[in-house]
Ligand binder design. Structure first.
Ligand code: PSU
Ligand code: MN
Length: 301
C-alpha cells in the first residue's frame, strides 16, 4: 500500500479531532481552471474553510509522493500544469514519480480516507456520461463516493452528464444523496435539474448525524449543494453551449479522461467567460458548507 505525507497542520488537527476538509487538486490545476482563476479558486476555497474554523487539506502527488495538506510553496505547483490522476492512477503516479499528479474526486477521496479525513469539498463530481450505454463512460468518482467513508460536498454533477443515470448509479452503489436545503439535484452551473434528490437536509448537524449512522465502515455520503442564486447561469444559454461542446468532442474524437477538461474549456468560451465566476463561487460555497459539516462531525466525536 502507498504512503501518504500529511502536512504538520493537518496531522495536528486530526490528532486533536478538529475539523479538516480535503480538497481535490485537478480543479486548481491547468486542467480545471485557467490562470489566474485557478489561483483565486484555491485561495477562496482555503479561506472559506478556515473562516468556519476548519483546516483545508489539498491532495496531490508531487514527485511521486502523495500529499495531504500542502505547504505555501506547493500552492504554486498545485496551480500549474498537471497529469490528471484518478484513483487507479495513484499507484502509477507514485511508482513512476510523476512530477504533479492532480487528484480528481476519486483520487482525492482515496488520499483523504487514507489520512483519516471524513469531509471532502469539490466543485462538481464526475458521473455517468450521456451515451454511456455505448461508450461505458462512467466516472470512477461514483464508486469512490459510495465506498470511501467520506462526505463529498459538490454542486451536483456536471451538467453535460446524464444526471438521471448518475443518480441511479449512486442508488445502486448504496450512497445516500442529500440535497442541501433543496429538493432537487443541482446541475453545477444551475440550481435545478428537474430531478429530485432522495433526501433533503437543512443543517450541517443533520448531515453529520446521517454520516454517523452509516451502515458500513466504508459508506460514503454525497451532499449536493446548489450554486448560490446570484451566481447561477441561465439554463437555456448553458444547454446550447453544452450541446455544441459535446458535438465538437464527438467530431474531434475526444474520449475518456480528456472529455471533462475539453468540455469545461468550451463552455467557458461559449458563455463569454461567465462560467468562470460561477465555477469559483460554487467551489467556494461548497468549501464553506463542507467546513460546517466537518465541524458538526467533529462535535459529534
Ligand atoms: N468538475 C469541474 N472541473 C473539473 C472536474 C470536475 O468543474 O476539473 C474534474 C474533477 O476532478 C472530477 C473529474 O473528479 O473532473 C472527473 O473526470 P472524469 O469524468 O474523467 O472521471
Ligand atoms: Mn470517464
Amino acid at each position: 500500500m502507498f504512503d501518504v505525507r500529511v502536512s504538520d497542520e493537518v496531522a495536528t488537527a486530526l490528532a486533536e479531532s478538529r475539523a479538516v476538509v480535503a480538497m481535490e487538486s485537478t480543479i486548481f490545476s491547468h486542467l480545471g481552471l485557467p490562470s489566474p482563476a485557478n489561483e483565486e479558486a484555491l485561495s477562496r476555497c482555503e479561506q472559506a474553510v478556515r473562516a468556519v474554523g476548519a483546516v483545508p487539506a489539498v491532495t496531490a502527488v508531487f514527485n511521486g509522493v502523495a500529499h495531504v495538506g500542502i505547504s505555501q510553496t506547493d500552492r504554486e505547483r498545485v496551480c500549474g500544469p498537471a497529469q490528471k490522476m484518478a484513483e487507479r492512477d495513484i499507484p502509477v503516479a507514485i511508482a513512476e514519480g510523476w512530477k504533479y499528479g492532480a487528484t480528481t474526486v476519486s483520487a482525492a477521496l482515496t488520499l483523504a480516507d487514507r489520512a483519516g479525513i471524513c469531509v471532502f469539498a469539490t466543485g462538481g463530481i464526475g458521473g455517468v456520461h450521456r451515451g454511456s450505454e455505448l461508450t461505458g463512460d462512467i466516472s470512477a468518482d461514483l464508486d469512490a463516493i459510495a465506498r470511501r467513508a467520506v462526505v463529498t460536498v459538490s454542486a451536483g454533477a456536471k451538467a453535460f452528464l446524464d444526471l438521471a443515470r448518475t443518480l441511479e448509479y449512486l442508488e445502486t452503489s448504496g450512497a445516500p444523496v442529500l440535497g442541501w436545503q433543496t429538493d432537487e439535484f443541482p446541475a453545477f452551473y444551475t440550481r435545478t435539474s428537474g430531478l429530485n434528490v432522495p433526501h433533503r437536509v437543512e443543517t450541517a448537524e443533520a448531515v453529520a448525524a446521517i454520516f454517523h449512522n452509516r451502515t458500513r465502515p466504508d459508506q460514503g455520503v454525497l451532499l449536493a449543494v446548489p450554486i448560490p442564486e446570484a451566481d447561477s447561469l441561465d439554463a437555456g444559454r448553458l444547454d446550447a453551449a453544452l450541446a455544441s461542446a459535446l458535438e465538437e468532442c464527438e467530431a474531434q474524437g475526444i474520449r475518456g479522461a480528456a472529455i471533462t477538461p475539453f468540455v469545461l474549456e468550451r463552455i467557458a468560451v461559449a458563455t463569454d467567460g461567465d462560467s468562470l465566476p460561477a465555477n469559483l463561487a460554487l467551489a467556494e460555497h461548497n468549501a464553506e458548507v463542507a467546513a460546517q459539516v466537518a465541524v458538526a462531525i467533529a462535535q459529534l466525536g
